[in-house]
Design a protein around this ligand. Structure first.
Ligand SMILES: [Mg+2]
Ligand SMILES: [Zn+2]
Length: 164
């Protein structure tokens, strides 16, 4: 079986701005992200993003916008010699529909666990919102909450050194 680091996107990978981020010019990557992704992958983790993108259902942006930003992120990471293995996102918004994929629901994490044959007990979810942790813990993955826009390098070092 494999192990994974699940990452929320907005506030973890890129700057949480207090509003939806869907334009490349407002997608500001947080400190040391390339190093952090690279470190996790060097230590045998799949790195998988699980993100709520309710702005899609609200009509503020569309699937193409999300995919464009995700591709931009991976291009930037590839320039640094690493990449995100997969991006999962929920396009729904709780005001409009009930779905099983919007965190704190866990469907997207469950899909990733099945597809990548993930050992939940060796995996982590890092998010800046309690719902990220809830989604993970529902399926038995350890959830870690961090302040929005923090430098993840110290945490990444703790994880790979087995301190968390
Ligand atoms: Mg977030
Ligand atoms: Zn959904």
């Amino acid at each position: 079986m494999n192990k994974a680091i699940f990452l929320d996107r907005d506030g973890v990978i890129n700057k949480e701005r207090g509003e939806y981020t869907y334009k490349p010019e407002t997608f500001i990557v947080n400190p040391h992200i390339a190093t952090v992704v690279s470190l996790f992958k060097q230590h045998g983790f799949f790195v998988i993003i699980v993100s709520n993108q309710g702005g899609i259902e609200k009509g503020i942006y569309n699937h193409k916008d999300v995919m464009l930003l995700n591709n931009e992120l991976n291009k930037m990471l590839e320039d640094a010699g690493t990449y995100i293995d997969e991006f999962y996102y929920c396009p729904h918004h709780s005001d409009r529909s009930r779905c099983l994929c919007r965190k704190p629901n866990s469907l997207l994490i469950e899909k990733a666990i099945a597809r990548f044959n993930i050992d939940k007990k060796k995996s982590y979810m890092i998010g800046d919102n309690i719902r990220d942790v809830q989604a993970a813990e529902t399926v038995g993955v350890k959830g870690i909450i961090v302040p929005a826009n923090s430098d993840l390098l110290p945490l990444a070092n703790q994880i790979i050194n087995g301190l968390i």
